[in-house]
Design a protein around this ligand. Structure first.
Ligand SMILES: Nc1ncnc2c1ncn2[C@@H]1O[C@H](COP(=O)(O)OP(=O)(O)OP(=O)(O)O)[C@@H](O)[C@H]1O
Length: 258
């Protein structure tokens, strides 16, 4: 089942081409979005989150064309989004902030309080729910960001570097949460931490210079690393460097292994 279809997507920031005629589709599961700095990961996630309009191309999400302003509100109610730079109100408690986001997502008022408690518990902050956000650590604030993204049980969840700032134990728990969420939702996670991809993702999409460089499973990417003599400290790191090298040597060719 395809929940997100991207066709000919083009995004420019002034003179920089961030996404260059990108075609992609995603279905339920956890999709790791990898790529070097400036590859276009954030640009893609921002278009999918409906916070940035592309310069060209089309995106269908959950059966709707998100370029159609009349369809966007219905899609947004079924979306969860954690931006790379996540804004919050430091004087709000965790409960108040996540409840505010539930309200913005137009959740029914009768369901919201229990949904807020459930989302906060899922990120391991139940004991801090009535604490002001300004008194939390950076990693805890990141977890508040994840809680607001999942409060509406989204069908599409977009997480831009969600594990940045989380300690190892939290990352391990977060991967478990990702696997749970990916059982029913389409989850896109951009990350620089390839070990998160190995542990939690069902598929890998590697972008480079605004184009698709590789698609496959974490295992197939690791296998490519062994075959193509990639460099790195783990099988998936070797796969990552091998796929990037192949893409740079022949940028029109996407290496696909499914
Ligand atoms: N607001 C902006 N103004 C100008 N250029 C931008 C802007 N945002 C992004 N870019 C450029 O667009 C390209 C893609 O950036 P993007 O942030 O999408 O990449 P990324 O893969 O998320 O990178 P990172 O891993 O560093 O977060 C880069 O060349 C970047 O410099």
């Amino acid at each position: 089942m395809t929940t997100i279809q991207v066709a000919g997507l083009h995004v420019r920031h002034r003179r920089t081409v961030a996404l260059d005629s990108l075609d992609l589709d995603f279905g339920p599961g956890v999709h790791g979005l990898l790529g070097p700095n400036g590859a276009g990961k954030t640009s893609l996630i921002r278009v999918l989150a409906t916070v940035a309009a592309p310069n060209g191309g089309r995106v269908r999400m959950l059966g709707e064309d998100i370029g159609d302003p009349g369809k966007r509100a219905a899609v947004r109610r079924r979306l969860g989004y954690l931006p790379q730079e996540f804004g919050y109100y430091p004087g709000f408690t965790v409960r108040e902030f996540v409840a505010y986001l539930a309200w913005l997502k137009e959740m029914p008022a009768t369901d919201a309080p229990a949904a807020v408690e459930r989302a906060v518990a899922r990120v391991g902050l139940a004991d801090r729910i009535d604490t002001k956000i300004r008194t939390l650590s950076g990693g805890m604030i990141r977890r508040v960001g994840i809680a607001q993204a999942i409060v509406n049980d989204p069908s599409v969840l977009l997480l831009d570097e969600p594990t940045a700032g989380l300690d190892l134990e939290q990352r391990v728990e977060f991967r478990e949460l990702l696997r749970e969420l990916g059982a029913s939702a389409t989850v896109l996670v951009s990350t620089h931490l390839v070990e998160d991809v190995t542990a939690a993702c069902t598929e890998v999409t590697l972008l480079a210079e605004g184009r698709l460089a590789y698609r496959g499973t974490p295992d197939s990417l690791s296998a490519l690393g062994a075959e193509a003599d990639g460099v790195g400290d783990s099988p998936i790191e070797r796969g990552y460097t091998a796929a990037l090298r192949a893409h740079r040597e022949s940028p029109m060719a996407e290496v696909t292994a499914r």
